[in-house]
Design a protein around this ligand. Sequence first.
Ligand code: 4NP
Length: 164
Amino acid sequence: MAVNVLFVCLGNICRSPTAHGLFQHHVQQAGLDQHIVVDSAGTGGWHIGHPPDSRAQSTALQQGYDISHLQARVVTCDDFEKFDYILGMDNENVANLLDLKPHNYTGTVGLFLEVAGIKIDEKIKNLEVPDPYYGDQTYFENAIQLIDNGAIGLLSRIQNENQF
Ligand code: 4NP
């Protein structure tokens, strides 16, 4: 049985598609594509069908990840039937997911970096991935760095919890 992972942010054009692309890459590198299914979605529907924001695409490409093929969609109640991990980028995303969550859901809804085992320290003061949409390039670079660390941590957690 595959482990299904859904990354969620507000618009599904900046943070969650970046997490989708980077985590998918790490899953492929580990030879686990058959075992771990990855997707992303937004809590808001303004950008349905759009590719990732051009700044998110170029920041990802600079680090060697092509996320241009991804398309934004909205998270729905049906996602709770498929996904074992539904991970928000910030606390507002998680609050919106908890509002949608059916009572009988047995998977994990939580803050991506927290579930990924990232610890608060001098450099990382809280476990949210801040929304870069209204920010400059440094916001996108900060986001991708946090997301890459989170992707590595999450993969290691899922590998530890499963016998693939
Ligand atoms: P994301 O960023 O949630 O990381 O995809 C945003 C994208 C679009 C908007 C807000 C945040 N927006 O308001 O359209």
